[in-house]
Design a protein around this ligand. Structure first.
Ligand code: ATP
Length: 235
């Protein structure tokens, strides 16, 4: 089977600073993949590289077999990739429904509409006309995920959904992931909370200092192996 997304021996960084060293990973169609790792491990850089927001040096990133190399970010979104960035990046003065509609501007056909996003996150129903900047952190994150879904992605990349949110809020947001998966969307989620990642994922990659330090299904990874790969010291 051809992977939906395939990262092959990718180096990437910022100017002279190298953040990724020969990173390889495969995301099969329909999977939920978690990328775990400590602060600065390179997880966000990897997602940005997939979206064409960070230039890669060596290596190749393929989407359904095609090299994404020459494509700008908007062209990648048009192909079916979408990113919920770290920090959400909503338009603060625009309303929730305006923020959601911005996600649809690429014009990809599909099932995601404002109504479907509200079904997924019922808490948004009463907030549609509110400006985004008055929302709580969890509400903002729901809008950010909804905005990405409005582009009808085949592969949704989520960067640290849980950042700065209370555990109960995070649980509510994670509860939406099976619904996203059931819609046929492949999900790649960057997460620092290992327990959460292991619960939700079909496959887990751990990153350490810009490299993949461990890969496997949650059932096959021992706690000790994950701790070792996460912190880089024997458990
Ligand atoms: P975090 O959980 O902190 O976001 P991460 O695993 O996502 O961690 P990255 O954000 O990808 O890690 O950062 C990898 C390395 O690249 C870090 O050393 C970081 O300081 C550096 N870095 C990230 N963004 C930039 C940037 N815009 N310019 C320069 N260096 C950067």
């Amino acid at each position: 089977m051809m992977a939906a997304l395939s990262v092959e021996s990718v180096d990437a960084g910022y100017g002279d600073f190298q953040a990724l060293f020969g990173v390889s990973l495969d995301v099969e169609e329909g999977w939920t993949v978690a990328i775990i790792g400590a602060n600065g491990a390179g997880k966000s850089t990897l997602l940005r590289a997939v979206m064409g927001q960070v230039q890669i040096g060596r290596g190749t990133i393929r989407y359904r077999g095609d090299d994404l190399g020459p494509l700008a970010t908007h062209a990648r979104v048009a192909r079916g990739l979408a990113l919920v960035p770290e920090g959400r990046r909503l338009f603060p003065s625009l309303s929730v429904s305006e923020n959601l509609r911005i996600g649809a501007h690429v014009g990809r056909e599909g099932q995601w509409t404002i109504e479907r996003v509200v079904e997924l996150f019922p808490l948004l129903a009463r907030l549609l006309s509110r400006p985004a900047d008055v929302l709580s952190g969890g509400e903002k994150q729901a809008v950010a995920i909804g905005r990405a879904l409005m582009s009808n992605p085949d592969v949704l990349l989520l960067d640290e959904v849980s950042l700065g949110l209370a555990p109960i809020v995070v649980r509510d947001l994670y509860a939406a992931i099976p619904g996203i998966k059931a819609a046929g969307t492949t999900v790649v989620i960057v997460e620092q909370d290992v327990t959460l990642a292991l619960e939700i994922a079909d496959h887990v990659y751990c990153m350490l200092e810009g490299r993949v330090s461990l890969s496997g299904t949650p059932a096959t990874l021992s706690h000790a192996a994950v701790t070792d790969a996460y912190f880089g010291v024997p458990a």
